[in-house]
Write a protein that binds this ligand. Sequence first.
Ligand SMILES: [Zn+2]
Length: 74
Amino acid sequence: MARATTCIFNGKLISVAKAISIKETAPVRERKFLGFECLECGMPVNPHRAGGNAAAHFEHFDRNPNCKLSDPAR
Ligand SMILES: [Zn+2]
């Protein structure tokens, strides 16, 4: 399963590591949606740190079955 490790932010391609650092330095009230967009479908995505077996990646706020970068149901 493809997992997104880049996204669009302010019209530019950025890495998940960069997105996490942007998220962590943002004021808490602005963290819910900072404007990260899926490369494939343009829907809002949220950066997740690496954990367990998963590398750092982006997840869609709302799963998009038409997007190949969207996670399957967990
Ligand atoms: Zn997408």
